[in-house]
Design a protein around this ligand. Structure first.
Ligand code: NOJ
Length: 733
């Protein structure tokens, strides 16, 4: 529809119809449904004269047939026939569930990440979805927070690259509207949601301007530059003002400074929560403040629906409502819904979901995002070895992680057992559960039955323990799968203790005592504190939540069919007391290594090391890579560096190259060392390649407290870091 026609439609709308456009509800309220709900279901108290078919959007219905029927009803039961928007919490895959974002980011293969996003978009599109609620771009430096799994981790550069790849993968080239097989991205949670005090879910966030501008806003900004069409607000208070009612954040920064003219959706009930935040006296004020802050959609409350009819008597509020509705209509138009309200719903479905290509991409991403944290030679496994695979993830398919439950199916997952049987002769393998993944099925609410069915009965703990030791005794090498179960991370899963449960520690100790080489395979949604058990493992492979193809990808890595190459996207602390701990720390006036102060008065703990257990960027391979700088020049736009990298080993292998900078002194203290470039490289045995790293000067600038950009002059040291070997070059800017 051209803009003129859209305008005409807009002008025909009554106030009631306009307000309806700003309402977004969970699909279960509109169609009979088994939709996943992610917040407190309460009596919404929607006005009785609200025609549910007139609302602007629903979310989390992923059933093709239901969406088709619903759109038909929308067109039949509303005078203006404005198609409804269908959104969903598709975070890292629709049916082809990929490894969690925290894992993917560590691959440093941003082309592969974009490819996975394209597959996600296509599967979502083919199921009638228009918009998916991702990528999550909250920078995270506190593993106590349960949602770190959804984000690309602690590092600004990494998160920016991830943001660009995912948004372009989802949206394609959307200059003339969102193309077929693509969906619009909704980045979230604007802003700072990943930094709740003490890691406690929904807690206060306090970030200085220098942190905001130089770090926390950067990933969202990268996604905005990649033209994301929607943004979701955050639940948290940011510097004293709730994000959802924060005019400075959403108008001055998001819209004016970053030039965002797309749709801003509130998070679940966040408009109403302005009242308990103590920021609005009542729902009326909450509606006004959210609208003034530029929030277009009120997700899952009746606040806009009930309060706006009266509030719009004020012409200023009426103008704000018009703005919001116009943006929503423009989005619908950009998706081509006025031309085809059945976008994605009028196509044959069979064969396009879970394709061989999608599964192969998922396997590749598992291989490229699993991190080899430690290897004393127990990996890869050798074909003549008898292997005891102990622990619940030997056979469990519950390897998808929290968010995948919205549209993914654990039944699609390949277990590690199935993967290993592809590579290892059956008579060389034994399996023992070792411990129960769940101690009880109580407290899982509606998920209880499904989990119980998938995971099987809870078995006597001592019997499992004994069986594990028997299996270990008869094997040459023990592979122990351990870590978190999928409900232990994700929304609402903050933890104060990050160690392993006693049943796992006991098993690890007992297995160590068998004297057999012990390989750990860690399934988790967050960095854990492994200080006590790490020395007991000979080798340790972190596979996060690897998604449906985890069994194949992890088996390939364990058996050496492929070599690990990922690097940690988030630091593993030695103890909770070190948190927040991350790589790009600012310098202090009294660094630990300084010589001019006595030992006591330097920045350190008296009861713990400053060093994490595994620092950001850790990641071993089965090969041996070596790299060195060749030349470096500074041009008007970029620092251009040439380097050589060689695979010294006897196997073809991938590696993720990191380039860090130690920059010249500046008016704002900058990190001692931070990542500014990366590359995913594959080299055959003994192969050597010459490569180029281009670091745009924009990557080297910093923001002052007013948000102005500067480039400090002076010496910059660039560090080429390839799997543990480092080379240095200094250039003057
Ligand atoms: C709450 C979560 O914070 C958000 O990420 C999600 O998209 C919404 N619920 C909708 O389910």
């Amino acid at each position: 529809m051209d803009t003129k026609e859209l305008r005409k439609l807009f002008e025909r709308l009554t106030i009631r119809e306009k307000i309806a456009q700003t309402i977004q509800l969970n699909g279960s309220l509109v169609v009979e449904n088994d939709v996943m709900n992610t917040g407190p279901m309460q009596e919404l108290g929607l006005p009785s004269d609200l025609n549910l078919y007139e609302i602007g959007s629903i979310y989390n219905v992923n059933d093709f047939e239901k969406l088709k029927r619903l759109q038909e009803q929308v067109l039949n039961k509303t005078p203006q026939q404005i198609p409804m928007l269908f959104m969903s919490d598709v975070i890292y895959g629709f049916r082809t569930i990929f490894p969690i974002p925290l894992a993917q980011a560590g691959s440093y293969d941003f082309d592969l990440i974009r490819k996975a996003a394209e597959i996600t978009a296509k599967e979502s599109y083919l199921n009638g979805l228009h918009i998916i609620f991702s990528p999550v771009l909250d920078l995270v430096r506190d593993p106590r927070w349960g949602r770190v799994m959804e984000s690309p981790g602690e590092d600004v550069y990494t998160a920016k690259q991830f943001a660009k790849s995912v948004v372009t993968g989802y949206q394609g080239d959307c200059s003339k509207g969102v193309p077929e097989n693509h969906v619009a991205a909704c980045i979230k949670h604007f802003a700072g949601y990943g930094a709740p005090e003490a890691g406690r879910e929904y807690n206060t966030v306090d970030l200085s301007n220098q942190r905001l501008f130089n770090e926390y806003l950067q990933p969202y900004q990268a996604a905005l530059e990649a033209q994301t069409m929607l943004v979701m607000t955050a639940f948290n208070v940011l510097n004293g003002v709730p994000a959802t009612g924060n005019k400075w954040l959403n108008r001055a920064i998001l819209r004016e400074r970053f030039g965002f003219d797309g749709v801003l959706v509130s998070d679940y009930a966040a408009v109403k929560e302005l009242v308990p935040h103590g920021f609005a006296a009542d729902e009326k004020e909450a509606a006004q403040k959210a609208l003034e802050a530029g929030v277009d959609f009120d997700m899952m409350t009746s606040v806009y629906a009930k309060q706006l009819p009266e509030l719009v008597n004020d012409p200023k509020i009426a103008a704000l409502l018009d703005e919001a509705v116009w943006r929503i209509l423009e989005l619908k138009n950009h998706l081509g819904l006025f031309e085809n309200p059945y976008r994605g719903l009028d196509l044959p479905q069979t064969g396009e979901i879970l394709t061989e290509e999608a599964k192969a991409t998922a396997v590749k991403l598992v291989e490229k995002s699993s991190v080899l944290l430690k290897n004393n030679g127990a990996l890869p496994l050798q074909s003549e070895q008898k292997v005891a695979v102990i622990g619940p993830y030997g056979e469990s398919r519950l390897t998808l992680g929290f968010w995948a439950s919205v549209s993914g199916k654990p039944q699609d997952a390949i277990s590690l057992k199935e993967g290993l049987l592809n590579n290892v002769a059956a008579e060389k393998l034994t399996f023992a559960r070792g411990y129960n993944l769940f101690d009880s099925y109580d407290g899982f609410g509606p998920l209880k039955q499904g989990i119980e069915r998938l995971n099987g009965p809870i078995e006597p703990a001592e019997q499992l323990f004994e069986e594990a030791l028997t299996a270990a005794a008869a094997a040459d090498v023990v592979v122990l799968t351990f870590g978190e179960q999928f409900l232990e991370s994700g929304e609402g899963a903050s933890k104060a203790k990050l160690g392993l449960p006693e049943k796992q520690v006991r098993l690890i100790r007992a297995l160590k005592e068998t004297g057999k080489p012990l390989v750990g395979v860690l399934y988790t949604g967050r960095p854990l504190v492994l200080t006590e058990v790490e020395p007991l493992f000979d080798s340790l492979l972190l596979v996060w939540y690897p998604g449906i193809m985890g069994g194949i990808g992890v088996a390939n890595l364990l058996t050496g069919k492929s070599s690990p190459s990922a690097r940690l996207s988030m630091t593993f602390p030695r103890s909770e007391g070190q948190i927040p701990i991350y790589g790009a720390q600012l310098s202090t006036g009294r660094p630990l290594a300084s010589s001019s102060h006595s030992d006591r008065f330097v920045s350190k703990y008296i009861d713990e090391s400053n060093e994490p257990l595994f620092k950001f960027g850790t990641g071993l391979t089965y090969a041996e890579f070596e790299g060195r700088w060749l030349t470096g020049v500074v041009t008007e736009q970029a620092v251009e560096l040439d380097y050589r990298v060689k695979n010294q080993g006897a196997l073809t292998a991938d590696t993720a190259v990191h380039v860090y900078v130690k920059q010249a002194p500046a008016a704002i203290v900058r990190p001692v060392k931070r990542l500014v470039a990366s590359a995913a490289v594959t080299l055959e045995a003994q192969e050597e390649k010459q490569l180029k790293s281009q670091i745009p000067l924009a990557e080297l600038i910093f923001y002052d407290n007013e948000g102005n950009q500067h480039l400090a002059t002076g010496d910059y040291q660039f560090i080429l870091d390839i799997g543990g070997t480092e080379d240095f070059i200094t250039l003057s800017l």
